[in-house]
Design a protein around this ligand. Sequence first.
Ligand code: NAP
Length: 235
Amino acid sequence: MSRSVLVTGGNRGIGRAIAEAFRDAGEKVAITYRKEDPEIPGILAVRCDVTDSRQVDAAFDEIEARHGNVEILVANAGVTADNMLEDMSDEAFRHVYDTNVGGTFYVARRASAAPMPDGGRIIAISSAIAPYGAYGQANYAASKAAQVGLVKSLMRELAPRNITVNAILPGPIQTDMYDDLSDEVKAGHIASVPLGRCGQPAEIAGVVTFLASPQATFVNGVALPVDGGALGHLI
Ligand SMILES: NC(=O)c1ccc[n+]([C@@H]2O[C@H](COP(=O)([O-])OP(=O)(O)OC[C@H]3O[C@@H](n4cnc5c(N)ncnc54)[C@H](OP(=O)(O)O)[C@@H]3O)[C@@H](O)[C@H]2O)c1
């Protein structure tokens, strides 16, 4: 089995770990990048800003020509632009929402427009703060919660085509996005994790590949925390 996989934002961080895990499992993997081709062995890199639906369409055209229609889509690309409410600009709100929600919408719409005769998998990388909120992250938390609403709606629409749609809610994961946080905020995050540590990108990749595996054919519409137990008291 060698399926066509697309991981948005697969050039670094969690997305890269996911892309490499699929490649190592023998799938045909494509990623998007924005600036420089990361030149990851065995992975097709396509330039694409997910906030622009025309770039999304062009990226899919290229991937379909090289690997066939995308059967596993991982909507991973995401950004933060933190500030307290009174200091959060219109631009910061729209930038985060357009990337995290708009980008997920554009790629899911384009992926589902192509035939998937053997069914498909769509997996969105949301966040453990989606149902919880976070100081200084009103735009980010709203966008991550909206991703879950999107997933649950697409799940209903696409189930008749045997396309499952799920969300993963990572806790703090060691990437550039996490490293950008202040030491104080990081300490607060770790204190909220019963396992007492940050997660690694590979620990998200393992769950994504499970959701795309034959063992997960009946898992649909879930918002799955992968956070060392941080959300255990909420769900
Ligand atoms: N790290 C965490 O603690 C954590 C926790 C919960 C959820 N998440 C989520 O996990 C996902 C990956 O996060 P990460 O920690 O790996 O972040 P990261 O290291 O900052 O990487 C973000 C990725 O998204 C890409 N991206 C951003 N805006 C884009 C756009 N408009 N078009 C295309 N690609 C774009 C980036 O591309 P460039 O290289 O071009 O910037 C990069 O590949 C995000 O959705 C994030 O919200 C992360």
